[in-house]
Design a protein around this ligand. Sequence first.
Ligand code: GDP
Ligand code: IMO
Ligand code: MG
Length: 428
Amino acid sequence: MPGIVLIGAQWGDEGKGKATDLIGTKVDYVARFNGGNNAGHTVVVGDESYALHLLPSGIISPTATPVIGNGVVVDPEVLLEEIDGLESRGVDCSRLLLSESAHIIAPYHRVLDKVTERFLGKHKIGTTGRGIGPAYADKINRVGIRVHDLFNAEHLHDKVEASLHQKNQMLVKLYNRRPIDVDQTTDELLKLGERLKPYVANTSLVLNKALDEGKTVLFEGGQATMLDVDHGTYPFVTSSNPTAGGACTGTGVGPTKITRVIGVSKAYVTRVGEGPFPTELFGEDGEWLRAQGHEYGVTTGRPRRCGWFDAVVNRYASQVNGLTDIVLTKLDVLTGLKEIPICVAYSVNGERHDDMPTDQAEFAAAKPIYETMPGWTEDISQVHAFEDLPQTCQDYVKRLEELSGCRISVIGTGPQRDHIIQINSLID
Ligand code: GDP
Ligand code: IMO
Ligand code: MG
């Protein structure tokens, strides 16, 4: 019953799409467990590049069954558009299973996401504006709408009314916007529900049965450890649990079924949106990394903030997620640098911290303590054995492994499927 969790170990966009695709053909199910279409996961197959937002990256593998778990917030319009877009490119989406308990992102959640950010002004989070936070807030406030609610007109109308009662007051009186019509919203959601119906299933039951039968399930996280609402850089986080524990609550599978936890990390760090980022580079080095790594968001197109590898973050990710393996991506991007700094610890008000400070004021004040390694100039994109990497490149990877407290099992040397160095298998 192998249950493999794959999560982001930094601030997102580490290459989870590519890492999922790497094992996608060797697993029976790929299940998303958190987040929504704030995610943008890229899978490159030959000349084709797929940007997946809600669908698990396993959709590209013809053998795996893709699942959207109960922990995901689903914008029905976006999901249907994504399915249509992929089907028109010849990708079969008919196997998709959508949890009947997943919460819905309604149009009013998108509106609220944008107006709330505007009202926060200088305190804004820099969200993706997709309605993620407001949809999770409704879930926790117990006024959310779930997938199965879309199939009962009377029931749905009642729920939309309950949810909009307070929101319309806020929209009109506080945000100076027009109220949202309950009947129209209900009708729109009912129509979308009709189209989603064929995919809807009791996914917790399906996944548990599969695991009991010895099948392999890959749990694909959206976002990342440092964006986790409990363990990340709160309040500059998303509204879900992208850490490994979220795989259980977000799919209805018990922790005893999880056999492996893979963390995906870039060989440097990027972040989109607001919030502290100790190793961020503002000058030429930051520009260079952004250009070399094509660091622009898959979902919003925003330029990503770039910085050196932060080993404090990776040690923390190893601990919080119980990592068994790391997939280290984008090592090729560092080719050409004379020297590569690695952040090994922080200095906070003159005091050394080897571990992540829990006080966000301390984290915001953290200055990186760097150790510098020599770089390499050779093209590594065609290298397939670790021993064939330039010695300085091998030393860099070994040092990251030592500092991260978890073995590095796969190295990414380019965006394509075959741009990898496999050190340990990810599924045995
Ligand atoms: P995700 O959100 O974690 O799935 O990551 P994104 O897809 O948002 O961003 C990762 C980007 O890096 C994508 O454009 C990938 O095609 C690309 N990528 C992934 N692995 C590698 C790698 O090893 N080298 C290079 N150069 N690009 C990579
Ligand atoms: P993937 O899965 C990078 C960031 C946003 C913002 C914060 C909150 O592709 O790695 P939200 O819209 O979730 O309320 O925004 O989280 N964010 C991401 N950053 N990659 C992502 O997903 C992200 N999803 C959300 O930029 O700072
Ligand atoms: Mg992404």
